[in-house]
Design a protein. Sequence first.
Length: 364
Amino acid sequence: MVTPSRITLARRRRGLTLAELSARTGLSLQSLSNYETGRTSPRPRTVERIAGALAFPERFFSGAEIDELPAEGISWRARTKTPPRVLDSARAAGTLAAQLYDWIDERFRLPAPDLPSLGKPDPETAAEMVRTRWDLGNASAPNMVHLLEAHGVRVFSLPPDSLEVDAFAVWRRSVPFVFLNTMKTVERGRFDAAHELGHLVMHAGGERACAGPEAERQANDFASAFLMPAAGVLGHMPSGARVDQIIQGKRIWKVSAMALTYRMHDLGLLTDWQYRSTCADLSARGYRTDEPQGLKERETSQILTKVFQALWSKGVLLGDVADELGVTEDELGQLLFGMATVAVERDDERGHDRQRSGGLSLVR
């Protein structure tokens, strides 16, 4: 029996309209609409055509109803003109990641969410409150993915076809999720993670609370304060610092030069003129779009690495997990921060394990 919502989810994951799916499958628009609404059910040969067009295993479409990520609660870190189909595809990928999380949660004890309910403080105060709760003091924030995971946030990477989206966060029931673009510089990835943390702690109270320019500004200010606490910046950076001093100083907090420049201006260490002049100089040196001589080691998931290492040790491969979830191994692997897979299969004749394409190891 086909589950109608799974056809819709798979279509959105591929960024297709009903009309485009109709053209790919040769099925009528009306028939596809009926399948997605449940008015009629496709025959097995029709499911095969739909599955082939969407690059999903046929078994995916006969699974149980999927608890999708709530569209109204997502904080998108993306350009305002990002096409809706790109956002729908990213949300669908996030829903598949949430299914993986459910599978893992049944088998492993994961950290419980530890994000404070802050009411409505200003971003600076909110960042200080979270830092205090997490015993960070005024030190540089550690690996942001590890930090979020340690406090119960489920963190996944965005697949390559969703990279028009920088990041997004959402609460699914009582569990917070963050999805990160891994093609940005390490420094900007850290800022995106802190930005989404800001949304989770400041904008979880209403359906539209996380949307709009004001919410984005607040999340940016939260990230700036969280990564570069005022006492630390004021204690280390001189007033009116030169560009070379800023480039040197950014290494303390593992942030971009532009982010530190903004923070110093916000704290009164740079005048308006100095701020504009510094931004122009940094831009001329390539720091607006890149981070020359920046951090090289990308921050990735510690929990996912440990989970799949534990599964691998028991002979459970990524492909086995994908089979249980009804998706391809490649689809699942795109959510795992670039972990390469090396499977272990049992050689029954020789009685020992041997590696084949597909086993788990870390690329980075």
